[in-house]
Design a protein around this ligand. Structure first.
Ligand code: 13P
Ligand code: SF4
Length: 307
């Protein structure tokens, strides 16, 4: 593995290619990446990379976001089959229908959506920026798509802060996080009674309501590192528990469930990354100019309000 990593490091230097990796990627991929982060950080970094070619080790909507923000760059999705099922749950036509049904709403789209869908939305959010951005929106009527769990969490945080808005949802969400139930929490807490429970807001409300901390992948990692506690149950993709265990060997990290695995995030392997750099694998993201212009508006709004 070391040899393959060295080859990747040499190739990316020779070819002047930037590798971005979402934190759900395997540890060995994070080690060869130029930048690692949650969806918000990867979006913000997309424009900063000085290289002309960017490889995204993550899922399709993340590579599309880089392309939308840097249309002049060559953006490669490391594994062509790595999609996010949530991003496929709604299409632009359905959102246009919803807009006719709720004409007074600001349409807030989770970034886990296709570029095409973003063309008909008002603002994007990520799990780390959603509460902050929705609180700042002047409109008190919000159509939140597609993740009903994240939307419900944002609503509860707005209410708790005295920001009263009317929310409308559609029934979408992450199939991986939504698999977790109160029963999983009960079992994990029984097995590790002294551990703090840290969860992603894509989980069901019955899971989120029992958490000691709720946040994005990056927020969860920051919280665990800064906390004085020694033991944690990690309620997001299991790679985060593994990364934390590398970073904090003196603490203990347990997974909420062995089923908390995103199969799409797990598709990309080190040999795939090497082959992308050699030009024999991966997919170049190509988006219509009009889609880029129309979709960019809601990502720019996200970066403006969330920055
Ligand atoms: P983050 O914004 O926390 O990185 O979430 C990305 C994601 O796909 C979670 O399932
Ligand atoms: Fe999509 Fe869920 Fe995988 Fe994140 S964990 S990429 S939301 S399927």
């Amino acid at each position: 593995m070391k040899q393959l990593q060295e080859e990747i490091l040499r190739l990316k230097k020779e070819k002047d290619i930037c590798i971005l990796a979402h934190s759900y990627q395997a540890h060995e991929i994070l080690e060869i990446a130029d930048f690692v982060g949650d969806s918000y950080r990867l979006s913000a970094l997309a424009q900063e990379a000085r290289q002309q070619t960017v490889v995204m080790c993550g899922v399709r909507f993340m590579a599309e976001t880089v392309k939308i923000l840097s249309p002049e760059k060559t953006v490669l999705l490391a594994h062509p089959d790595a999609g996010c099922p949530m991003a496929e749950q709604l299409d632009a036509e359905t959102v246009l229908q919803l807009k006719r049904q709720y004409p007074d709403c600001t349409v807030v789209a989770y970034i886990n959506t296709t570029a095409e869908l973003k063309t008909v939305c008002d603002v994007c959010v990520t799990s780390s920026s959603a509460v902050k951005i929705v609180k700042k929106l002047p409109n008190d009527k919000i159509l939140f798509i597609p993740d009903i769990n994240l939307g419900t969490y944002v609503q509860s945080q707005c209410e708790a802060a005295g920001v009263h808005k009317q929310f409308y949802f559609v029934r979408g969400g992450c199939p991986t996080h939504a698999k977790m139930t109160a029963r999983d929490v009960e079992k994990a807490k029984a097995a590790h009674p002294d551990a703090l429970l840290l969860v992603h807001p894509e989980c069901l409300p019955e899971v989120v309501s029992q958490a000691d901390f709720v946040g994005s992948t990056a927020d969860i990692q920051r919280f665990a590192k800064q906390s004085d506690a020694k033991e944690f149950i990690i309620g997001t993709e299991n790679s985060i528990a593994e990364h934390l265990q590398y970073d904090c060997p003196e603490k203990r990290f347990h997974v909420l469930s062995k089923d908390l695995i995103c199969p799409n995030m797990k598709l990309t392997t080190l040999p795939d990354v090497r082959n992308v750099l050699l030009g024999t694998f991966g997919e170049e993201i190509r988006l219509d100019g009009e889609v880029i212009t129309a979709a960019r508006h809601c990502i720019d709004e996200m970066l403006r309000l969330g920055g």
